[in-house]
Design a protein around this ligand. Sequence first.
Ligand code: C5P
Length: 231
Amino acid sequence: GASGALAGRRVVVSAGGTREALDPVRFLGNRSSGKQGIALAQAAAQAGAEVELVAANVDSGLLAALPSSIAVTPVESTLDLQSAMQAAQPNADVIVMAAAVADYRPAEVHGAKLKKAGDEGMSLELVQNPDILAGLVADRIPGQFIVGFAAETGDADHPAHDYAVAKFRRKGADLLVFNDVSGNRAFGHDVTEVIVLAADGTEVVEVGEFSGSKDDVAQKVVSVIADRLPP
Ligand code: C5P
């Protein structure tokens, strides 16, 4: 079998950003490139894991560069992503939710391209999407290790770190990889800086602070995961 810190482990990573259709040609989306999630999938595979990458609108060139041992499940919307993650959950030792998920989607998906209505402007009704990570945590199978991501902005009075700690407590994951995206620093770039939070009893502790290429950071995060997995 494979050797490495994650040998024999099954890891599911979501990457990219969801798109919520408005009509056949338009969607609401976000700026996530999927690079960090792809780097994590690759680092997990390098550490010996069997990896599934659930890729939300990731550039096909990025996917083509992956080793064929990584199974790729392409998805588009948040509801698609949720179905893929729910399908993968029963067979996963580790789940990493690195995808940027839309919190809302249009209440109605129009079957035909929306026409311009006039000079009045228009408003769009949105409905809330499910929190996929929270659902995975609620349905966690025994021993399963669940990792969330958080991109936060902060200011002098409210440091991004405080928001990340609060989010970690709220989400109930085993690990939270947090980056400060004040000024849109992380999205689409090759270098990043993250703080990794973990639960230590009722305390939230910082278990690492990593910066460098997304590949370097992914390797560090994977080694933190491997160290914290149940035997
Ligand atoms: O609440 P926020 O979107 O900042 O949380 C980020 C984490 O939650 C990420 O791991 C993201 O993949 C996940 N998430 C999710 N479903 C949502 C929103 C976020 O799984 N609807």
